[in-house]
Design a protein around this ligand. Structure first.
Ligand SMILES: Cc1ncc(COP(=O)(O)O)c(C=O)c1O
Length: 423
């Protein structure tokens, strides 16, 4: 079948799970290394150079700021462009026939990756929409308490502030240490903030400014034992390292798919534990759905449906690469540069040393140098693009490589830290 005819059928007939166009390049690359354990493959620069070839990278700088948006590899980008063309070609016909079945099929693929039931997960536009819908849709009463950390993302903290103004919710803000001695130290911090009035605890799976992975399962178990629900901000965790959402035992989980899953901009997901969807007021009203149907939280009007289709390709790409292979490479890259700079004079690593508490992201500061000056110097002198973080007990630059990053590029960062620390 000609490619165009295939794509047309693919969309007209509805996309079933596993029916996305093949990812020939990625599948061929992986078939050669299937026998190698992910932790060994993580150090194989030749293999990762092949993965890098699959990306169109701007030569002007070393991109160590994937934490905002992880670009699409060329192969899934081409599929995305085909989806844009086909949806445009079929126009209203597509919208009135298969758009909803296709979106549901994409959500089911995501649910499979997240390890949950398809009835527990919907596609949203981003983490902000997912989590702010829960925060704003909670049945708050004056005096109810919510717990969060100063290291949490601003958009969610602002949404809690809005509930404080609107309903009299009391927000309690803790601070997570950059270098905890144990899981128990963190759990104790959250536990101490809980009172008989606490209703909801928000916690980051991976703190975005440092890359610190928190012991979510233990936090959820502790909170539940005190009758408190837990909403997890998984903006940076999903498709970055491997886990199943139900294993975390949380009540709500939100993520942005344009981050580590490399979906085009404007795609996210929301997990709501079975039976809890009826407790939440939707962001926008949906007329027909049963009260306990998660899809009553999913009405957003007309939106870029070709992005929904791109989710299927991104999941296939991720699965073909292998979540564990990706996780091991990202953790290897982080430890590659942090182990070299951690003991350097005047260099401060703001991410824990224990590999169970980090994956690809790290944060580094230079004593006596403002984070914004550090970021500017990295770009101007070393052609490294990062983002400065200056607040919530974190002063440095966030370093977020991706699977296409080379150790040679990280050598430039190590050299920069050494020279700036010595200056
Ligand atoms: C921890 C965390 N939560 C939420 C968000 C918001 O993501 P989005 O803008 O995709 O909604 C971000 C964005 O960087 C984040 O880092």
């Amino acid at each position: 079948m000609k490619k165009r005819a295939f794509l047309k059928n693919f969309i007209t007939l509805g996309v079933g799970v596993g029916a996305s166009p093949a990812l020939y390049a990625m599948e061929k690359t992986i078939s050669r290394v299937e026998h190698i354990p992910p932790s060994t493959l993580a150090k194989d620069e030749d293999f990762w150079a092949t993965i890098r070839d699959g990306y169109a990278l701007k030569p002007d700088y070393i991109n160590l700021e994937n934490g905002y948006y992880c670009m699409q590899p060329k192969e899934t980008l081409e599929h995305f462009i085909s989806h844009v063309r086909e949806v445009n070609y079929q126009a209203s016909y597509y919208m009135r026939t298969v758009q909803w079945d296709n979106k549901k099929a994409m959500a089911a693929k995501l649910a499979n990756l997240a390890g949950c039931n398809p009835e527990e997960l919907i596609i949203t536009r981003n983490t902000t929409e997912s989590l702010d819908m829960i925060i704003g849709g909670f049945n708050w009463k004056a005096g109810d308490e919510a717990i969060m950390a100063e290291q949490d993302y601003g958009a969610m903290r602002n949404m809690f502030k809005l509930q404080a103004k609107r309903y009299g919710v009391v927000n309690k803000v803790i601070s997570v240490p950059n270098h905890p001695k144990s899981d128990e130290e963190i759990i104790e911090l959250y536990a101490k903030a809980i009172t008989s009035k606490t209703r909801l605890l928000m916690v980051c799976h991976m703190i975005n400014i440092t890359g610190h992975i928190l012991p979510i399962r233990k936090i959820c178990d502790m909170a539940h034992s005190k009758g408190v629900e837990v909403m997890v901000d998984g903006a940076h965790a999903f498709a970055h390292f491997t886990f199943s959402i139900p294993d975390l035992n949380c009540d709500y989980y939100g993520s942005s798919l344009h981050k580590w899953l490399s979906v085009p901009l404007g795609a996210g997901m929301l997990y709501v534990k079975q039976g809890k969807a009826s407790d939440v007021w939707p962001l926008l009203a949906e007329g027909k759905k049963e009260v306990d149907d998660i899809y009553r939280l999913n009405h957003i009007g007309t939106h870029p449906v070709h992005t929904d289709l791109a989710i299927g390709d991104a999941v296939d790409y991720h699965n073909a690469m292998g979540g564990k292979r990706k996780e091991e490479r990202l953790r290897y890259l982080q430890s590659f540069w942090t182990t070299r700079v951690r003991e350097m004079p005047n260099v401060i690593v703001n991410t824990p040393k224990d590999p169970n508490r980090y994956c690809g992201i790290g944060n580094v500061g230079i004593e006596g140098m403002k984070p914004h000056d550090f970021a500017e110097t990295l770009m101007e002198k070393y052609k490294i693009y990062t983002v400065a973080i200056d607040g919530a007990n974190v002063h440095g630059c966030r370093i977020s490589p991706n699977v296409y990053t080379t150790t040679e590029e990280l050598d430039v960062l190590v050299k920069a830290c050494e020279e700036l620390g010595a200056a």
